[in-house]
Design a protein around this ligand. Structure first.
Ligand code: ADP
Length: 295
């Protein structure tokens, strides 16, 4: 004789469906923790606004760490505008998986592994139209199912603002090192940095520091600096909000040229001599020293 439906759920207990769902969630949480525990330092790169150079900083930070022989991962969760593949010149790569359902990151050089939504699109002109829950689920897959292996650093390039993507990452990575916030010097950009800092505080995500990008232009001929977008706002804001200031990167036409050509401007193969390269080196050193890593 069949049991009545309500007899299948003991009073105060879970139904079989709920039990299976809870077991699946527990298994997923375990797999996520296991994958993330193999990565020593997880750093989120955020910005209040788009176009301030956040992806450029994320890509060059990862490339600089890899050049120091740190095993580095770069995860691009800028779902609506994934620019990491283009900035690294690997935009023709496609997502590949293993038979057991894991996702293989794209190797960049010897010490860097990259994953981006861009690898899932058939063309870079494709628009991704996903709602919050789907974004959460793909970000979870990138953290849980990508075979990152043992890494020293995972740099996560998040879209601008305080939307679903940074929120998902903050919720999914239990022990993140913290966030680096990129801004430009103008008031319109700085207003949104305050929001990014308060977002981090609400989610207990430590703020590793603020970087002021596009901070003046040093003339390559006479060496004189012109403050095209003002300068110093990032430092003032960091002081006002009580967070570290990591440094200023000037405007340099070579950064655009390298970005368009898919070459990190902070490339070990390039001489580390321009004002932007030097400024960036100092920022990477500050971040590494903060962790007590050997240079
Ligand atoms: P975001 O990720 O904040 O939207 P990107 O990193 O995509 O911004 O940068 C936007 C554009 O600005 C790119 O063309 C990039 O090459 C350029 N850029 C970034 N930083 C600098 C800089 N310091 N000097 C000159 N161009 C820069």
């Amino acid at each position: 004789m069949f049991k009545k439906k309500n007899e299948q759920k003991p009073e105060g207990g879970a139904s079989p469906v709920e039990t299976v769902k809870a077991a699946k969630e527990a298994e997923e949480a375990r797999a996520l923790r296991e994958n993330m525990d193999r990565i020593s330092h997880k750093i989120l790169v955020l910005s209040g606004k788009g176009g301030v150079g956040k992806s450029t900083v994320a890509v060059n930070l990862a490339a600089a760490l890899a050049a120091k022989n740190f095993r580095t991962g770069l995860l691009d969760i800028d779902i609506h505008g994934p620019s990491v593949p283009k900035l690294l010149g690997i935009d023709s790569e496609k997502l590949t998986g293993t038979e057991d359902g894991r996702i293989l990151p794209v190797d960049y050089g010897n010490s860097m592994k990259v994953m981006s939504v861009g690898f899932m699109l058939s063309s870079s002109n494709d628009a991704v139209i996903w709602r919050g829950p789907l974004k959460y689920s793909i970000i979870k897959q990138f953290l849980k199912d990508v075979t990152w292996g043992d890494l020293d650093y995972l740099i996560v390039d998040s879209p601008p603002g305080t939307g679903d993507e940074p929120l998902s990452v903050c919720q999914l990575i239990e022990k993140a090192e913290g966030a680096v916030i990129v801004t430009t010097p103008q008031d319109v950009a700085l207003i949104d940095v305050r929001k990014s800092i308060s977002f981090c505080r609400q989610l207990n995500m430590p703020v590793l520091g603020v970087i002021e990008n596009m901070s003046g232009f040093v003339c390559p001929h006479c060496g004189k600096k012109s403050d095209i977008f003002k300068n110093g706002g990032g430092l003032d804001l960091a002081r006002e909000m009580g967070v570290p200031f990591l440094g200023s990167i000037p405007i340099e036409p070579a950064i655009v040229q390298n970005g368009d050509a898919g070459i990190p401007f902070h490339n070990a193969a390039l001489e580390n001599t321009t004002p932007a390269q030097k400024a960036f080196s100092d920022i990477v050193d500050i971040l590494c020293k903060r962790k007590g890593e050997k240079q």
